[in-house]
Write a protein that binds this ligand. Structure first.
Ligand code: DSN
Length: 431
């Protein structure tokens, strides 16, 4: 017997349905998000969601894992192949949990870890108020070259020699340009610290051969979430070329029982599908992302935006950083854009204090989702024009919204995956 759905349950469901409609009619430009493919999404509602599989394939603490083991081993195999790594752990349930697992395995309280500053673009998990601090480690920031939005190599070499960190961590959430790992390699090897690359934002670009390849440039371990430029589920991953068996064991037990119990089997299965699709479509997708980001940077710059790093082509990734201090500041600009159905986020710039996080001077834009729905350089120019109308011309966002909806109408299919004909943003209802 079907009992009538309660008002509370309907309320939630209606809100989710409205959310789908909103995104169908919007330009999603948050650099850390993406659309999962229809086939990968199918895994998220499978019975894998309802099960536990603690332990390793073949050595579980629970029964019923025959097919879970098959999928886990396949996910590991695909991850190792795509990233050309000796070791892959597909259990972390998010990027931050992957980072915590590495910290739990490789560091002890009181260890020093060199990282980027949050205002220079680092992820919060690298800060003292994030995962690094939770582990009781001390983060020491790299000297920053604001003009080139990257580490200052000479000063970083000096700092590394002085601090002699346990771990040198490289990674950013405003990740415009590759990290100068090659230039730092000799110093890092001399110190003997672990070299850890947080590639969350650029995983898809790395796998698609359009960014640096951290393992070939000296990194030993790479962590990431799996839903940014790598368009998989909300999940995490650790990849490594461990220096020895001891490091491999530390990484393994850092994750379980270190920082998780069950590892969200449905998301792991979705990750396997995303990796298989990326092996087939990733090169083409990654190449288009970078072309689109550069095209958007150029088009915005020509329309009067202060896009950072014009002298070096704005970006080599999916992301652009824009100083909006002269046109209202980060909070005002992103709120106006949201009213026009352009979804972005305000972002600290290197000259901002962390206390300005709710109203920093910058915004961050990502093109990976617009690329995923089929947009190319021509559409980037249309997007730049819409951004200008709202943020510079200060036209009423509600008026610009109509143009946004019109542009988006032609882009509601997911590309670079199997089943390209399935609608994106569709809400599949049971009844
Ligand atoms: N908070 C995410 C980002 O926007 O970069 C990363 O976890």
């Amino acid at each position: 017997m079907n009992v009538k759905i309660s008002g509370d349950a309907l309320f939630v469901r209606n809100a989710v349905e409205k959310h789908h409609k909103l995104f169908e009619n919007s330009l999603p430009m948050i650099a850390s998000e993406n659309l999962i493919s229809p086939l990968a999404r199918e895994m998220l509602v499978s019975d894998f969601h309802d099960r536990y599989a603690e332990g390793a394939p073949g050595k579980r603490y629970y029964q019923g894992n025959i097919y879970v083991d098959e999928v886990e081993l396949k996910t590991i195999e695909l991850a190792k192949k795509l990233f050309k790594a000796e070791y892959a752990d597909v259990r972390p349930i998010s990027g931050t949990v992957a980072n915590l697992g590495i910290l739990f395995g490789l560091a002890k309280p009181g260890d020093k870890i060199t990282t980027c500053n949050v205002s220079d673009g680092a992820h919060i998990s690298t800060a003292k108020f994030g995962a690094v601090g939770v582990r009781g480690c001390i983060s020491v920031p790299y000297p920053w070259d604001v003009e080139n939005m990257n580490l200052d190599v000479d000063k970083t070499i000096k700092l590394l020699k002085e601090v002699r960190p346990k771990i040198a961590l490289f990674g950013r959430s405003v990740f415009l340009f590759p990290t100068p790992l090659k230039e730092l390699r000799a110093t890092l090897e001399e110190i003997g610290c672990y070299v850890w690359y947080d590639g969350a934002h650029v995983m898809g670009l790395i796998a698609g051969g359009k960014f640096q390849d951290p393992f070939r440039e000296g990194a030993e371990v790479m962590s990431g979430s799996t839903h940014k430029t790598l368009p998989g589920p909300q999940h995490g991953i650790i990849l490594a070329n461990p220096r020895d068996e001891k490091m491999r064991t530390k990484l393994y037990y850092g994750v379980f029982p270190g920082v998780l119990s069950n590892h969200h089997l449905h998301a792991m299965a979705a990750l396997a599908i995303a990796l298989a699709e990326y092996i087939q479509f990733g090169k083409e997708y990654a190449a288009q992302i970078v072309k689109n980001a550069k095209a958007l940077g150029q088009a915005m710059y020509e329309r009067g935006f202060n896009v950072l790093c014009e002298h070096i082509g704005f970006t080599e990734s999916h992301t652009l950083a824009v100083d909006v201090s002269k046109i209202g500041g980060g909070a005002e600009v992103v709120e106006d854009l949201e009213r026009a159905n352009i979804i972005t986020n305000k972002n600290l710039m290197p000259w901002d204090d962390v206390s300005m996080a709710m109203n920093p001077t910058g915004i961050r834009l990502g093109v990976q989702e617009l690329t995923r729905i089929g947009m190319k350089e021509g559409e980037m120019r249309e997007v730049a024009e819409l951004l200008k109308k709202v943020a510079i011309d200060k036209k009423r966002p509600e008026v610009v919204k109509k143009e946004v909806i019109e542009l988006k109408r032609g882009f509601n299919r997911i590309h670079y995956c199997f089943n390209e004909d399935v609608e994106a943003y569709k809400y599949y209802k049971l009844v």
